[in-house]
Design a protein around this ligand. Structure first.
Ligand SMILES: *Cc1c(COP(=O)(O)O)cnc(C)c1O
Length: 342
């Protein structure tokens, strides 16, 4: 976390049903929408939930049994969108991408002209680090008249997201990734086409977007806000606004490329897929990844992100989100080297 976040999150919380808190949320809304280059008329929703709450809310508010949804299922977060559709009985087909395989545009084109009504994608499926081509997917949705819903939980601030040029209808993210805040707040931005669908499904109670949109007119959520996280969010979004989104993307791109070039000196590999700036998947051809994870955490308190299921002993992920700098990566490379030499 950044020092300013720690300072804000360490202070007493104010009562939030006040015009002051409402004004602060309205300002956060403006900065968030600007950072996404949201189109005219787009709206903001702040949820008290983790990122999955926003995925759930986007599906249950914007899609129904009458839709035919295409899901890009290339990792555990793509699978989550698929499960959420199953949960609500929303007809869907999954474009499956096997582990270590890149999205294949030619293969994907077979879904064109098949009367799909919406596309669900994780800009970066954080379980694999793969970054999907939102320019192409936005164009695909535009050509096919599909609603384009993007989970940018890990990609927000790290990778280029532009609602207007990428024809995105709904974007969602969460407080605990690049914003580097406490968990507990999820942010959603809805463009006009998404807004037209709000209120159709009526499946959600706590997550009913209509209720949030009405209340957000005065900067208030219908239920108790993650007040502390929202105050720290306001400060982070102010910084994003001051520095500009391109500079934020560049910051993450620089960290990722710094780490990736240092990694080339080690007997480790990176998958040959388009990678997000949010994290680097590292493959361990010679060592057991779980053992390296355990050694680094036990000896140095350095936590890389382990992978689940079948990839557990093969892949770790190195994060580029939050208050990290080149020295952190120098330190990590040195310790990784020591570990691999053993
Ligand atoms: C982290 C993440 C989420 C949200 O997970 P939660 O644990 O619910 O916050 C959703 N999608 C992606 C791509 C993520 O990286």
């Amino acid at each position: 976390m950044y020092p300013e976040t720690l300072r804000i999150e360490g202070t007493q919380l104010p009562y939030f049903r006040t015009p002051e808190f409402g004004d602060l949320m309205k300002e956060s809304e403006r900065w968030f929408l600007e950072s996404l280059n949201a189109p005219e008329g787009a709206s903001f929703i702040g949820l008290t939930s983790s990122g999955t709450g926003a995925m759930d809310a986007a599906v249950s508010n914007l899609l129904s049994e009458e839709d035919k949804v295409l899901v890009i299922n290339g990792g555990s977060f793509g699978a989550r969108f698929s499960h959420i559709c199953d949960h609500y009985g929303i007809p869907h087909e999954d474009y499956m991408i096997p582990f270590l395989h890149a999205f294949d545009r030619e293969e994907f084109e077979k879904y064109s002209g098949k009367e799909f009504t919406a596309l669900l994608v994780n800009a970066c499926d954080t379980s694999t680090g793969q970054l999907y081509d939102l320019d192409y997917l936005g164009d695909f949705c535009e050509r096919n008249g599909m609603l384009f819903i993007v989970d940018a939980v890990s990609a927000y601030l790290a990778d280029h997201i532009d609602m207007q040029s990428q024809h995105i209808d709904a974007v969602l993210t969460a407080s605990q990734k690049a914003l580097a805040l406490s968990p507990g707040a999820a942010l959603v931005c809805l463009g006009e086409k998404a807004l037209e669908r709000v209120g159709r499904g009526k499946r959600a109670y706590y997550f009913d977007f209509a209720d949030y949109l009405e209340n957000q007119k005065r900067g208030q959520p219908p239920f108790t806000s993650a007040v502390g996280t929202m105050l720290a969010l306001h400060e982070r979004l102010k910084t994003v606004n001051e520095k500009g989104i391109d500079a934020m993307n560049a910051l993450h791109a620089d960290r990722a490329s710094y780490f990736r070039s240092a990694l080339r000196e080690l007997p480790l590999q990176m998958p040959d897929i388009p990678l997000s700036n949010s994290c680097t998947p590292v493959l361990f051809p010679e060592r057991n990844a779980t053992e390296v994870y355990e050694a680094l955490s036990a000896k140095y308190g350095i936590y890389l992100t382990p992978s689940g299921g079948d990839w557990k002993d093969i892949q770790l992920r190195v994060g580029h989100l939050g208050n990290l700098d080149t020295e952190d990566y120098d330190d990590l490379i040195e310790k990784l080297k020591g570990e691999l030499d053993q």
